[in-house]
Design a protein around this ligand. Structure first.
Ligand code: HEM
Length: 362
């Protein structure tokens, strides 16, 4: 009886794979004496191996279903990628820094419970999102650009392109527009119906972190220390507020003296918290390997930046990237794909938000 059930299950598996000849073979086997003989000998072994096979098949199916793909919108919304690219290019032509801000939005989305667009949700009465978390408040920007893109996409292909995917593509297009490298952006993420203020506060790295904290913050998300260094190369673009680097320019000794004194002019020891400085003082809005050159000459803006080159285990990697932008670009591209793969919602999980700021129907 149990054997018959197994054969029925196996038949339906074979049916899925359209191997009708194997079905008829199983039909013949199920009526044969040989089978009865083999049941008595191998019943246990067959049950166990079939169960293993069946569960492995289910696991594989789950992985296949959950997989993102670069062609996800090819037929669902063929103009999606060009709409995003056009809007990103337009935003950057109005303000070059916006490319940096869009890249950071994707990072801050992915590191907090995966790339699910949770960072875009506005607070409402009864719902607290991630925007007021310490690393985000008065800091992350680019929400209007995402709104513009979403509005354009909704008028072309309503309900199709997720906010999480918009962030992933906008980050990529920003890096390319600012002179950086390209990668194949995986797509098909869906949007969360939740957000986590506490995870945003605890899982995003702090500019006051030492190397060991940075390594563990990234290792918690599955990245090696080398991948953490490559991703940190993002600080070749964009700005930071005085409040994030004040202690470094007034109190630290592993900093180039002229560099520190020039920064002090616009970042007083008290006040001016929101005054900005370029994270890369050489060529601020170009995506290149200057960030690593800066670190080698003790011109990292944030305490956390200079930690990557401070007589520690990452010095040689920073040195290598400072000398070879091609290896930095290659490693950065790989790490960005990894980052974009952090716990995406797929299949019927989550939703595709109509407005990136609100859960549908709220
Ligand atoms: C390694 C740990 C990291 C720390 C501690 C860190 C911290 C910071 C801080 C404090 C700022 C300035 C924020 C402000 O003053 O408002 C900043 C800016 C920025 N970060 Fe990071 N970050 C890290 C890694 C990353 C990664 C992995 C990426 C991207 C993949 C990234 C992309 C950016 C960009 C592009 C900016 C400039 C944003 C703008 O100008 O609007 N950062 N980061």
């Amino acid at each position: 009886m149990r054997m018959e059930l197994l054969i029925t299950a196996l038949k339906s598996f074979v049916f899925i794979n359209s191997a009708s000849s194997l079905i008829s073979l199983l039909d013949r086997l199920s009526n044969s004496n040989i089978l009865i003989f083999s049941i008595s000998l191998d019943r246990m072994a067959f049950s166990i191996s079939f169960a293993t096979f069946f569960f492995a098949f289910l696991a594989l199916l789950a992985v296949v279903v959950a997989q993102l793909s670069p062609n996800y919108y090819s037929s669902l919304c063929p103009t999606a990628l060009s709409i995003i690219k056009g809007a990103v290019s337009n935003a950057i032509s109005q303000e070059r820094r916006m490319g940096a801000s869009l890249l950071r939005l994707h990072f801050h989305d992915c590191f907090v419970n995966g790339c699910d667009g949770s960072i875009l949700l506005d607070d409402t009465t009864g719902f607290t999102g991630e925007k007021t978390a310490f690393p985000n408040a008065n800091s992350v920007r680019g929400f209007d650009v995402i709104d513009t893109i979403k509005t354009q996409l909704e008028s072309k292909c309503p309900g199709i392109v997720s906010c999480a995917d918009i962030l992933a593509v906008a980050a990529h297009d920003s890096v390319v527009a600012l002179g950086g490298t390209t990668w194949s952006v995986q797509l098909g993420r869906r949007d969360s119906t939740t957000a986590s203020l506490s995870a945003a506060n605890s899982e995003l790295p702090s500019p006051f972190s030492d190397l060991s904290d940075l390594i563990s913050a990234f290792s918690n998300k599955g990245f090696t220390a080398k991948e953490m260094v490559a991703l940190s190369g993002s600080h070749t673009i964009g700005r930071a507020r005085c409040t994030t680097f004040r202690t470094r320019i007034y109190n630290e000794t592993n900093i180039d003296a002229a560099f520190a004194s020039s920064l002090r002019k616009n970042c007083p020891s008290a006040g001016g918290d929101d005054n900005l400085a370029s994270l890369d003082t050489v060529m601020g809005d170009v995506f290149d390997n200057d960030y690593f050159k800066n670190l080698v000459s003790q011109k990292g803006l944030l305490h956390s930046d200079q930690q990557l080159f401070n007589n520690g285990s990452m010095d040689s990697q920073v040195n290598a990237y400072s000398l070879n932008s091609a290896t930095f670009f290659a490693d950065f591209a790989k790490a960005m794909v990894m980052m974009g793969n952090l716990s995406p919602l797929t299949g019927s999980s989550g939703e595709v938000r109509t407005n990136c700021r609100n859960i549908n129907g709220s």
